[in-house]
Design a protein around this ligand. Sequence first.
Ligand code: COA
Length: 312
Amino acid sequence: MTNHDLERMMDTSDEWIVTRTGIRERHIASPEEPTSVLGWRAAQAALADAGLEMDAIDFIVVATNTGDTVFPSTACRVQSQLTQRPVPSVDVQAGCTGWIYGIAMASAMIESGTFRRILVIAADKLSSITDYQDRTTAVLFGDAAGAIVLEGRQQAEHGVLASFLQADGSGGDLLSMPAGGSLLPATHQTVDERLHYLKMNGNDVFRFAVKAMPEAIEEGLRRAGLGVDQIDLLVPHQANQRIIDAAMRRFHLDPSRVTNNIARYGNTSVATIPVALWEARQEGRVKPGDVVVLVAFGAGLTWGSNVIRWGA
Ligand code: COA
């Protein structure tokens, strides 16, 4: 869905969207593709890339904010699409920071010896909760999924060196889907008032983001015992080009050290980071031994980072 497609649907312009956000197009999944199907496809691609079968996987984490249903979890749905063998599976919901939380939790479970190989999936179908009558949010979001296999190895010098996770629920109303949960169960009135769509105070979220991203980068690096000059690749959540630019300016990072694909996908919530990471790998921008910093912020409010020494 391009900006020009949106121009035909609402009072907006390609010029406004590009200038204010950097987004030119986003992808919209079909009605036959709920979040679990996007996640299942990403999981299959990650397994093939790792040269592994599902038999090798001990645990499944799905980061999402747009699960197929309130329950059962989307992770259980993805598990049953991937294999007939029971595998422990759980959803992680942490706004757009869900991928960062998922990686941090999975790597901690591997380090504790609880599991050896964990499939971490990020999948969101934001088009299912986007109000295409609200131009202040409709232009921002798209659908996507990504996945990674995390494996524990003895004496590995590669892997997740440190993570920083943070949350402040007092800002919860700045970005939320108000109805459909136990607080406001679905009624005719909630539907009429369009409360089953994402609502956002864009200006306040913007202000939060430009503070949260640098804090998460600095705190993740501090925990890993590294400095900003040691970052080989920064993979920031793709929410707004201006937020990414602010982080690059703050740390004097050259664009060659920062992934950027917001123009082509928009904000795909939990999936922005794994999609950007996958593209960076395809383009040969991540090499074994590189320090890769993943950083995100989102609904909750939540924010965080993973600092990784890239493996093979
Ligand atoms: N097309 C055209 N005009 C639009 C528009 C659109 N799609 N959306 C809003 N406008 C108008 C507004 O109505 C306003 O008009 P006014 O001045 O006549 O009142 C004007 O553009 C400026 O709106 P404003 O909200 O101040 O724009 P902005 O520069 O702050 O950009 C966001 C808005 C949403 C792009 C920006 O605040 C943002 O990116 N926030 C962070 C959002 C985010 O990251 N969310 C995800 C978190 S995971």
